[in-house]
Design a protein around this ligand. Structure first.
Ligand code: ZN
Length: 146
């Protein structure tokens, strides 16, 4: 956990592109990052160095949960994804936000939105994942106040 927190220190970028950086945390794909951020209730455009300790701890836990669930379900099926044997994974059925733009959030009922963050399609619940930092820092959450 300390190692995990250290990864975010002095990182000024948005958390989603940071999580997708393969040198940062290997093996975390686009869909899994969206799911983990939703579970942790963190907006993908939050700046990494604005995350509070409790938020980092939620994120850490969510990433572990999402990866564990994905492994259990043998991979996520999206468009062209198939396992080496040609069969499709089953994880798509347990995705909470990915690919669900326009549908109701399973947690709060708000409408899931699609954004583009760091050039990647990104799904969020705008109510569960507010961009505002709880510490009240303004102007640090990229894209909102420009
Ligand atoms: Zn929600």
């Amino acid at each position: 956990m300390e190692d995990f927190c250290a990864l975010f220190n002095n990182r000024r970028g948005m958390i989603k592109p940071l999580l997708l950086n393969q040198r940062f945390i290997a093996g975390l794909g686009n869909i899994y990052v969206d799911e983990a951020l939703f579970q942790a209730r963190l907006h993908p455009q939050r700046k990494a160095d604005t995350l509070a300790a409790d938020e980092l701890s939620r994120l850490h836990e969510s990433i572990r949960d999402v990866l564990r669930a994905a492994i259990k379900d043998q991979g996520t099926t999206v468009s062209d994804y198939v396992r080496p044997d040609g069969s499709k994974g089953r994880h798509q059925n347990s995705l909470l936000v990915s690919g669900r733009a326009g549908e109701a959030c399973l947690r709060c009922g708000a409408t899931i939105e699609r954004l583009v963050v760091g050039g990647r399609g990104t799904y969020i619940c705008p109510r569960c994942q507010e961009i505002r930092s709880p510490s009240g820092q303004r102007g640090t959450a990229g894209g909102v106040r420009r």
